[in-house]
Ligand binder design. Structure first.
Ligand code: DX5
Ligand code: ZN
Length: 231
C-alpha cells in the first residue's frame, strides 16, 4: 500500500545535536522527512528553554522543507510577527497559553502563515471547538510539553480520533498532528485514529541509528499499521 496523501514525518530538531543542526537537516532531507518541527520554549509556559526566531531564521536559510513552529510560550501574540518573518510556515500556539485565541489566529493569517492550535494531553478537544474551522493544524500532544524523549500517552488516542471526526465533519483539510513519544510502535495507533502528521524527536535522532534509518523505521511502522487497518 502506498502512504496516504498528506502523510508527513516531521523530525523535531530539539533532539538533534545543536552544534550540528546543518548536518541534522541534511540527514533528514536525505531520509525524506516532509517537514521540520521546531519547539520554541520560554521557561515560563513550560519549564524548559530552547530557542527563538534567530534560530528559526538560520534553519530557514538551510532548507526548503516546511517549518512547523510549535510555540510553547506565554503570550504568543507578542511573537507571531517575529516567527513569521523568521520563516516559519505553520505557527501553532497552545490554546492554554492565550486569553484570546481568535486574535492570535487572525494575526498568524495576517502574516500569511498557516495557523495551528496545540493541546496538552489533558486539554479536551471541546476547548478548541470554537476555533476548529479557523485552523490549518491541530497539534495533539501525546506527552506533557517541555522535553523530548518521553513516553507516548496512549490515553490521548481517542482525542485524535475525535479531532479527525470533527475536522472531517467540517470538511476541513487541516493537518492533524501528533507530537510526543512517536515511535515505530506508537505511530500505528495514532495513524489509525486519523493523524497524518507525525512529529518525531528521539525516534529519529538517536545514538542507535542514523536519522535516515530512524525515518525508514517510522515509515515501516506506519505502513504495517495502515495495512492491518485495511484488512
Ligand atoms: C515536547 C516537544 C516535542 C518533542 C518530541 O514538548 O513538543 O516536539 O521534542 O520529541 P520525542 O519524539 O522524542 O517525544
Ligand atoms: Zn513539539
Amino acid at each position: 500500500m502506498s502512504l496516504s496523501p498528506g502523510f508527513v514525518l516531521a523530525p523535531s530538531l530539539l533532539s538533534a545535536d545543536f552544534a550540528d543542526l546543518a548536518g541534522a537537516i541534511r540527514a533528514v532531507e536525505e531520509g525524506e522527512a516532509g517537514a521540520l518541527h521546531l519547539d520554541v520554549m520560554d521557561g515560563h509556559f513550560v519549564p524548559n528553554i530552547t530557542f527563538g526566531p534567530a534560530l528559526v531564521k538560520a534553519v530557514r536559510a538551510r532548507t526548503r522543507l516546511p517549518l512547523d513552529i510549535h510555540l510553547m510560550i506565554t503570550d504568543p501574540l507578542r511573537y507571531i510577527r517575529d516567527f513569521a518573518q523568521a520563516g516559519g510556515d505553520t505557527l501553532a500556539f497552545h490554546l492554554e497559553s492565550s486569553s484570546d485565541p481568535h486574535q492570535v489566529l487572525e494575526r498568524i493569517r495576517a502574516e500569511g502563515k498557516r495557523p495551528g492550535i496545540a493541546l496538552r494531553p489533558k486539554t479536551p478537544l471541546s476547548a478548541m471547538e470554537p476555533f476548529l474551522s479557523d485552523v490549518d493544524e491541530v497539534l495533539v500532544m501525546t506527552v506533557e510539553p517541555g522535553f523530548s524523549g518521553q513516553l507516548f500517552h496512549p490515553e490521548v488516542v481517542p482525542k485524535i480520533a475525535q479531532a479527525r471526526k470533527a475536522l472531517d465533519g467540517l470538511g476541513s483539510q487541516a493537518t492533524l498532528s501528533v507530537d510526543g513519544g512517536v515511535t515505530p510502535e506508537t505511530i500505528g495507533p495514532a495513524a489509525r485514529a486519523g493523524a497524518n502528521f507525525f512529529v518525531c524527536g528521539n525516534a529519529v535522532f538517536s545514538p542507535d541509528h542514523s536519522p535516515q534509518e530512524g525515518l525508514a523505521r517510522l515509515r515501516e511502522g506506519y505502513r504495517k499499521a495502515m495495512d492491518g487497518a485495511l484488512r
